[in-house]
Design a protein around this ligand. Structure first.
Ligand code: NDP
Length: 273
């Protein structure tokens, strides 16, 4: 039987992951199928177990199930453990093994594809949901000079910063409300809120972008209000398509032990958009 994988989420119909993994499998000669697995809220564990019991080998997990996926795992990688969120599940010898590839996906896209250095940078991370929990460790590992987390619900930003305080090293890791950002400037601003999905954005006070700053929206495939705002204020902008492909490549490596090329897949998806 061909090895089966899927992306589980709600909603999931829009996901480009099946296209991405099909391209990886073609390139690397892996025999596998990858589909979408819609899941009702409250039925995550049952849906995962049914997929596994039907012969499934692994799942990518998207909004809003990354914390539930973490709780369901019987084993976790170190990066999933520290993130408290899981986006990659593998079913191995009766174990449900969790990993988190979002963070390396983001940092590879920023540093390798976009060629923006994070070492010594002043970084603003907007949002404190599952995605932010996944990316904060790898962002801190790049040794920025400061990293401010701003979120609508300040308590969540505080919990996120507290979880990673021990990994901050020399980086000034702090939290902020949106209004308190007034007058401050950053060299990299990462929007990890889901506001763009609803054509919304956090209430950000300009000037927010230092000269030559990168504005990165994890939402992909749309010109979000955040990217429009950033462009208006002189930043270089990027959406989350590169991160999507890079995190998928890392999941593919976790499952198959083979590292696919990402540049042709990013180019293919951009050409189709
Ligand atoms: P969650 O639902 O866990 O968190 C959502 C976050 O967005 C919270 O911090 C929430 O704030 C904030 N938020 C939502 N709406 C608004 C708004 N109108 N104004 C201000 N803040 C808002 O989602 P995830 O963290 O899992 O995902 C976040 C986004 O990142 C999603 O759009 C997802 O598609 C994208 N993503 C992209 C990836 C890629 O590969 N490109 C990978 C992973 C995620 P509060 O805490 O106050 O509710």
């Amino acid at each position: 039987m061909t090895d089966a994988y899927a992306v589980i989420g709600n909603p999931v119909a829009h996901s480009k992951s099946p296209q991405i993994h099909a391209a990886f499998a073609r390139e690397t000669g892996q025999a596998m199928v990858y589909t979408r697995l819609p899941c009702e809220l409250g039925k995550f564990a049952a849906t995962v177990r049914a997929f596994r019991d039907g012969g499934g080998r692994g799942l990518n997990v998207t909004v809003p199930f990354k914390h539930e996926a973490y709780a369901l795992c019987t084993q976790r990688s170190a990066r999933a453990e520290v993130a408290g969120a899981v986006n990659t599940l593998s079913f191995n010898n009766g174990e449900i093994v969790g990993d988190n590839t979002d963070g390396v996906g983001l940092t590879r896209d920023i540093t390798r594809n976009l060629r923006v250095g994070l070492r010594g940078a002043s970084v603003l991370l907007l949002g404190a949901g599952g995605a932010s929990f996944g990316v904060l460790g790898p962002l801190l590992a790049e040794a920025p000079a400061q990293l401010i987390i701003a979120n609508r619900t300040l308590g969540k930003a505080q919990a996120l910063a507290a979880r990673f305080a021990a990994q901050a090293g020399a980086c000034n890791l702090a939290v902020s409300g949106f209004a308190e950002l007034r007058g401050r400037q950053f060299s990299v601003v990462i929007n990890a809120t889901s506001a763009g999905l609803n054509d919304d954005m956090p209430p950000l006070p300009p000037p927010l972008f230092a000269p030559g700053a990168l504005a990165y929206d994890m939402v992909y495939g749309k010109d979000t209000p955040f990217l429009q705002f950033a462009q208006t204020h002189g930043a270089t902008v990027a959406d989350g398509l590169g991160m999507l492909v890079e995190q998928a490549a890392e999941s593919f490596f976790v499952w198959r032990g083979v590292r696919p090329g990402t540049a042709p897949v990013i180019a293919m998806l951009r050409a189709k958009a």
